[in-house]
Design a binder for this molecule. Structure first.
Ligand SMILES: [Zn+2]
Length: 366
């Protein structure tokens, strides 16, 4: 029989009670304290006891007076209950019912307290959440399942505000190369193709990736698009977008993450994602992570550099697409990536995509 401890009060014991080592022996509970050993009587009374009723209170009458033994919650209570003789089980059940009633009262009390505290606390959070460090800290507590709600919201807004191409070779190609880049992701990715001439793509929190048809038009090979996707997916996997949303929307983002994601809650979410600017650190991290994902998918990472250089040359003097225009300067990024790429061994596997057919299928021709 397992032995366990509790605190016992009664005649001949210290006024503050004594720690007792207890053990069931032949249906009898024997207690040993530093000053005496005693047996629980034949007529114990078992109730919930202690602060919050989490303890069991076992009392019995002895010739010298009443003894009360408190069994702590957890292992001690489990050991007490495991070997409790059947004749006292009904008493135990009553005690456990009263314990759970008290626990329920506590939960309600705490809920009411939280409610009272949450209003000023929410105001405080609203003030501090708009800093990078705090946003990063907040984001680490957001489970991917909540983040997916933001993704759903972006999906709804994208469908409402952009003309989407929902089938055909281009959509298939996008999904095919995208899925190669997100093995073992906690997110369920949705690959959307918007009919829009901008050379642009973005990954929203929660795995919604939107690619503009202009990007497919500007690329000469599917690998160049895969390189852009790898960079955008890296932003999503590193949760940069979520940090940005938390930072700029503050509590509104909290409302979406914790409550109902209705389209009304965050009307500006899509435009926020389109206008966002990541920090230099975030861009460098996304380049490195994107590169890693390309290499893991055996897609030649040199395409990242190729496409970046091509756009930098083409767009000189013209406003660069958002994903490229953020600092550091494209030339610097291309040079840094080039240095990293040149150290990577192949061989690389070309994507099995008929790129000419993909481009022909788009509503806007180059
Ligand atoms: Zn980026």
């Amino acid at each position: 029989m397992a032995s366990f401890t509790g605190r016992v009060f009664g005649p001949g014991l210290a006024g503050t009670g004594e720690v007792a080592q207890a053990q069931w022996q032949h249906g009898q509970l024997r207690l040993q304290t530093p000053s005496l050993s005693l047996d629980m009587g034949v007529n114990p009374h078992i109730t919930g006891g202690g602060f919050n009723a989490e303890q069991l209170r076992v009392s019995w009458q002895a010739p010298e007076g009443e003894f009360v033994f408190f069994v702590d919650a957890g292992a001690a209570q489990a050991a007490f209950v495991a070997d409790l003789p059947p004749q006292w089980r009904a008493q135990l059940a009553g005690a456990q019912r009263s314990q759970s009633r008290v626990r329920a009262r506590w939960r309600w009390g705490i809920a009411a307290l939280v409610l009272c505290l949450s209003v000023p606390l929410a105001a405080l959070v609203a003030l501090v959440v708009r800093s990078d460090a705090v946003a990063a800290w907040v984001v680490q507590w957001v489970p991917p399942a909540y983040e997916a709600k933001l993704g759903d919201l972006v999906l709804v807004q994208t469908q409402a505000q952009m003309r989407l191409i929902d089938s055909g070779p281009a959509v298939e190609a996008l999904r095919q190369m995208g899925e190669k880049l997100v093995p073992h992701s906690p997110y369920r990715y949705r690959w959307l193709l918007a009919d829009h001439p901008d050379v642009n793509a973005f990954a929203a929190p929660g795995g919604v990736v939107v690619v503009f048809s202009g990007l497919l038009m500007a690329a000469d090979t599917p690998e160049e698009v895969a390189a852009v996707l790898a960079h955008e997916v890296a932003h999503a996997e590193l949760r940069h977008g979520l940090q940005g949303v938390v930072k700029s929307l503050g509590l509104q983002a909290g409302a979406v993450l914790l409550g109902d994601a209705t389209g009304v809650a965050v009307p500006g979410l899509l435009s926020h994602l389109l206008e966002r600017q990541f920090s230099r650190e975030a861009e460098t991290a996304a380049d490195a992570e994107g590169l890693r994902r390309l290499v893991a998918a055996r897609i030649d990472p040199a395409n990242m550099v190729v496409f970046m250089k091509k756009l930098a040359a083409k767009e000189k003097g013209v406003e660069l697409p958002q994903w490229l225009s953020t600092h550091p300067a494209p030339e610097d990024r291309a040079a840094r990536l080039q240095a990293q790429v040149s150290t990577l061994p192949g061989p690389w596997q070309p994507l099995a995509i008929d790129w000419a057919a993909v481009q022909r299928s788009l509503p806007r021709q180059p």
